[in-house]
Design a protein around this ligand. Sequence first.
Ligand code: 3H9
Length: 701
Amino acid sequence: MKQAPKHPVRLERQGTIALIVIENPPVNALGVAVRRGIAAALNAAVAHDKTDAIVIAANGRTFPAGADIREFDMAAQEPSLGQLFDLIENAPKPVVAAIHGTALGGGLELAMAAHYRIASSDARMGLPEIHLGLLPGAGGTQRLPRLIGAELAFDMMMSGNQLSAGICAEIGLIDSVTSGDLRSEAVAYARTLTEVRPTALNRTHLMDGGDYMATVAARRAQVKADLGAGALAPLKIVDCVEAALLLPMDAGLQLERAAFEDCLASRESAGLRHAFFAERRAAKFPEAADAKPAKVERIAIVGGGTMGSGIAIAGLQSGFAVTLVEQGESGVNAALEQIGAFYERSIAKGRLSEAQGAAALTHLQLTNKLDTLGEADLIIEAIGEDFDLKASILAEIGAVAKPDAVIATNTSYLDLSALAAATGRPANTIGLHFFAPAQVNKLVEVGVHDAASAQAVMTGVGFAKAMGKTPVRARVHKGFGSGYIGNAILEAYRLAADIMLEDGATPAQIDGAMRSFGFPLGPYQIADMSGLDIAYARRQSKPRDPDVRYVEIADKMVEQGWLGQKTRRGYYIYAEGQRTGVPNGDVLKMISEHRAHKGITARKFSDRDIRDRILLAIVNAGARLLGEGVAARPSDIDTVMVHGFGYPRSRGGPMMDADATTPSIIASRLSVLAPEEPSLWAAAPVLTMLAQERQKFADLN
Ligand code: 3H9
């Protein structure tokens, strides 16, 4: 972790203007030293009789991006942000906030406590606390409605979205926008101010009720309908805005403080904050000590199916020049159609202008010639999961790529070391496993094998980051065959579910139990969506392990041609064009015949049994991957499960959940299930070690 500077706030003078400069890299978070520094500088500036006005600005990449989230788990230290902002608001001389970068959360609340706000034209502002299960807790819920009205304030706080400086000026959140030098413009602006702004932020209540109260009631009903009773922060935001409308400022601030504390103490906020730091920790690779990412300007993708086209779109959207290689004219046309459809949808939905869409497409080169790859800095092979085919294409890529190009395969479970060897330049070859839809999903598993160079790995990491993705390191292990982190865990998840299916549960019951835990879809809905033939091919390609129970139900379905949504028949039956189905009675019949054939008497599983068995299998598989060195840290597994498989983000991830239960309780619950299927539930050595040492997974992060 970077060491915070000892004196993160400086007081400078430009004639009669006092300039308070915050410097607390990387994002000028408002930790205790910064709060104390600003308070001291402000007092000194006010006390100086030559001070006419005060400017608060920040060095580095941004105006403060919020409170220091790391301090939320520590004892509170004064001054609090609330106390500091009172000091600023009550200053007897005009205070101007000079905003650049991203003024977020407490950073924007600081700006709102100032009397005037000026921003660089490329600055952005937002209150993203809701993404951390929190609400703006340093006056934001009271000051924002007073500045821009309740409706817009709701929109900003409920979405957590960032707004551009131009829009902020239009809605009255800031006073001035400049495309010149912000610091000197802010000082010039301050010179024009002769008084503390007669406060727009009246200390009395904001409105007389009427329409606004109807807005509050509608928002409260909406939150309850959308999110249910579990959505603490959104409901508390409604309470706080209601307070801004009805109560004097001081009472509103008090209510906001209590609401913030409630949110901070919630499991939901702990989970969301864990997820925030887990994503950033995941991107830290040990290879960074030995190499920096090489420059990547042109990427090439071989294979223009759903995955390849998705990666191409993600690349174009991030400003890379993209070459997409497909076989024959029909392959090229199909890829073009997919990519074109994405841009048409984005333009129709107003996410992109026509000009932006057209500009992105000028950077796309579609071809059926592999020899065009010679210009690419990074080449991603994204064809189907067929080892021989992949190996032969990778050999061709190795023959034409420029000497320092990095080659990546998008395989999710084939032997990465062998595929890397097939290129003829294993040191330059890595795995880059994207998750569908690749243009949306942020997760990329970076596959690392023994022969891969640090430079190739870091280039993959740099590329993933440049696309706004979260790279997670996954080391290839002995017997690699179930995939990196995500698919290996999915395999355990599926087996736990299939065993219950064979022993007495129905697909709909298992899916329902997992949805009620917070997964968006259950395992059989996902299987129907992905196509049963995909997993079938993977099962067929691997030797069967005699020590692992095998459930043939999915194989029998594939043999019947019931492949899921694509054939409108899978675990569910789908009406034309529908993505939600009704349980397939034929499958239920087949399952009960299958049980009779295997001599299994159906037994009952409660929803709780289902969740427990699956979650224990997931955690145990995660612990095994840690022991094998596939996953570098428990929080990486959490990141993969949240992004790759919809594990509820507000729970942080399975390893955080396991810590909440404690590894020793998990180990004893596993010992009850282990005799049924040791491959799933015999406690992994890492878990046993943590249980014995009374440690938590978090201790290994
Ligand atoms: C709040 O303000 C509550 C108040 O209303 C009330 C309080 C009473 N604190 O994301 P990056 C670190 S809640 C501490 O990789 P980017 C981050 O961990 C807060 N650390 O860069 C990373 O560290 P490392 C409301 C923070 O350019 C480094 O900075 N604000 C914080 O992709 C770089 O981060 C938010 O929720 C923080 N607040 O994105 C904003 N923020 O180098 C949260 C970042 O050791 N932050 N770090 O890995 C962000 O959304 C992005 O970090 C930001 C930059 C857009 C600013």
